[in-house]
Design a binder for this molecule. Structure first.
Ligand code: BDR
Ligand code: CA
Length: 310
């Protein structure tokens, strides 16, 4: 199996991604690193441990990382995820404690001690931990196999400002460091994640699995989708973060293009925008495979079947 580190700010859709990874024999989750994002770090670190426990995977270590973006004040998203970040399930103190080590040290250590290009990083939140690791230990950059991340948007626009997607907006300086690092990146922008909707039928199928992880996930999704349903009248909410994991398992369900992607860090109006050269008009070097489309039914078939295994 492919060895991955999930860097995350759970978040119901982060939880969905973590569960999908746990349930998939193609992947070996070496650890979960929490970052401040949807809610403050103390909550994202706790939520990650809760997700591990309700998935029956308390063998997976959880590390806490950056408490704030590199240069900015943290912006959170309780309006989408609820006060706990994981509204829809009960918050409890999991049996397995948080690891003592800092998430950034764990990332650096893992990259240094494993053979070169065998570790895939899966960032599902602001890119602070990854940027900190690259800044502190530049020798690790060339050791990363690839980065598969959820973030950005191009034709679709933004979800936290008209121009920016949440994960990139929260820490644009970190995003800039990561996109400039030279590591092969696969990017799941809103353009694709907004096609993966948790419709009533899909959530009912998930619940019908009957196991704990599926039931808890169905309940989280019912909270999560309320935001989009009430605000935009969609049937279900966008299941952003699991697209990262699905791509690692079955990339054939996605299509995209190799493009140059630059991050806006200067303009107040468009801060955190991902400028994707989809039509290759700049001649700038391609630095990411930008995913634009997905077979949503195939995605949910995989997601539902896999969560039933936990
Ligand atoms: C991203 O922001 C977070 O709220 C979600 O978990 C996802 O990672 C979507 O913009
Ligand atoms: Ca997230």
């Amino acid at each position: 199996p492919r060895k991955i580190i999930i860097d995350t700010d759970p978040g119901q859709d982060d939880a969905a991604a973590i569960m999908l990874a746990f349930a998939s024999p193609e992947l070996e989750v070496l650890g979960i690193t929490a970052v401040a994002g949807n809610v403050p770090l103390s909550r994202t670190a706790l939520n990650a441990r809760i997700v591990a426990e309700i998935s029956g995977r308390s063998d997976i270590p959880v590390y806490a990382g950056a408490e704030a973006p590199l240069k900015r004040k943290l912006v959170t998203a309780e309006h989408v995820h609820g006060k706990t970040g994981l509204d829809g399930v009960d918050i409890f103190e999991p049996a397995r404690p948080l690891e003592q080590a800092h998430a950034v040290d764990f990332i650096i250590e893992t990259l240094r001690t494993n053979p070169e290009k065998t570790i895939t990083l899966c960032p599902l939140g602001p890119l602070t931990n990854i940027a900190m690791a690259f800044e502190r230990a530049p020798d690790t950059i060339a050791r990363v196999a690839q980065i598969v991340l959820m973030g950005g948007g191009f034709f679709e626009g933004g979800n936290i400002t008209p121009a920016a997607e949440f994960n990139i907006y929260v820490d644009p300086e970190s995003a800039k460091i990561v996109f400039a690092a030279g590591v092969p990146i696969t990017m799941m922008p809103l353009d694709v994640t907004h096609k993966v909707l948790t419709t009533r039928t899909r959530v009912d199928r998930l619940r019908a699995n009957g196991n704990r992880a599926s039931l808890e996930m169905a309940s989280m999704l019912e909270f999560f989708e309320r935001y989009d349903e009430q605000k935009y009248g969609t049937d279900g909410g966008p299941l952003h973060d699991p697209t990262v994991i699905a791509w690692l398992i079955d990339p054939e369900m996605f299509t995209g293009r190799n493009c140059n992607v630059e991050i806006e860090t200067g303009s107040e109006l468009t801060l955190g925008a991902t400028v994707v050269d989809w039509w290759k008009v700049t001649g700038r070097k391609e630095n990411a495979l930008v995913i634009g489309d997905v077979d949503a039914d195939r995605f949910f078939d995989l997601f539902i079947e896999r969560l039933g295994r936990l």
